[in-house]
Design a protein around this ligand. Structure first.
Ligand code: PXP
Length: 239
């Protein structure tokens, strides 16, 4: 199981004061040193945290594969084609949301997602679609030609304890179905050390993308330690 660290909120701190620090690139280098397997960054249309220049520098100046999260909009697709990250994860985006709220409506936007997936794939970028774990959506991801899905774990992670059993069942069934379809399965959103045990009941997982809880913990223990703690948590449950 691999860990991709989402470093958006390092940039959130920087943008809060309009300074040049803390630099997400420095954060990525520390994540690599701690043993993370990848770096994830979301270039939002409103540029509230990560900026264009960050993405170019993250691609060029740190050693880990870069997973660029982005909305399916032309101006951002153009940037992706110019940066050529290892992977792009297409996510839905609303300007007023605090963070990504739901999975992509792959069925409703089938043609435009298919055309973007084709364009990015032809440029040598692996495409992942951030989706809720329902069968119709996963089948559409397969039909579109995306090799990877990232299952949206937010509803499970943020649920009241009594509601969690149903939600983890949906994720397990979704992961099984995606795997049967031949899709690579990642997961992300809202994952913490506390809910990691439940998340790791999901089968066939390749990569967990985790941001907010790691960056928050890093305030107290430092980023390298926070990444190591999450990696250790993953190994404990796997072992
Ligand atoms: N995966 C996707 C697609 C996301 O949009 C986000 C949030 O940017 C994450 C993973 C990381 O979520 P969190 O910050 O809650 O760990």
């Amino acid at each position: 199981m691999k860990l991709g660290v989402n470093i958006d909120h390092v940039a959130t701190l920087r943008q809060a004061r309009g300074t040049v620090y803390p630099d997400p690139l420095d954060a990525a280098i520390l994540c690599a040193r701690a043993g993370a397997h990848g770096i994830t960054a979301h270039l939002r249309e409103d540029r509230r945290h990560i900026q264009d220049d960050d993405i170019f520098r993250l691609k060029e100046l740190q050693p880990l594969p870069l997973n660029l999260e982005m909305a399916n909009v032309e101006s951002i697709v153009e940037i992706a084609l110019s940066v050529k990250p290892t992977e792009v994860c297409l996510v839905p985006e609303k300007r007023k949301e605090l963070t990504t709220e739901g999975g992509l409506d792959v069925v409703g936007h089938f043609e435009s997602i298919r055309s973007t997936v084709r364009c990015l794939t032809e440029a040598g970028i692996e495409v992942s679609l951030f989706v809720d774990a329902d069968e119709m959506t996963l089948a559409a991801c397969k039909d579109i030609g995306a090799p990877t899905v990232e299952l949206h774990t937010g509803p499970y992670c943020n649920a009241e304890p009594n509601d969690r059993a149903v939600l983890i069942e949906q994720l397990i069934r979704g992961a099984d179905y995606a795997h049967e379809l031949g899709l690579k399965v990642n997961a992300g959103h809202g994952i913490t050390r506390e809910n990691l045990g439940g998340i790791l009941c999901i089968p066939h997982l390749d990569t967990l993308n985790i941001g907010h809880s790691i960056i928050c913990r890093s305030v107290f223990v430092g980023l390298e330690q926070a990444v190591k703690d999450m990696l250790e948590g993953i190994q404990d449950y796997e072992g």
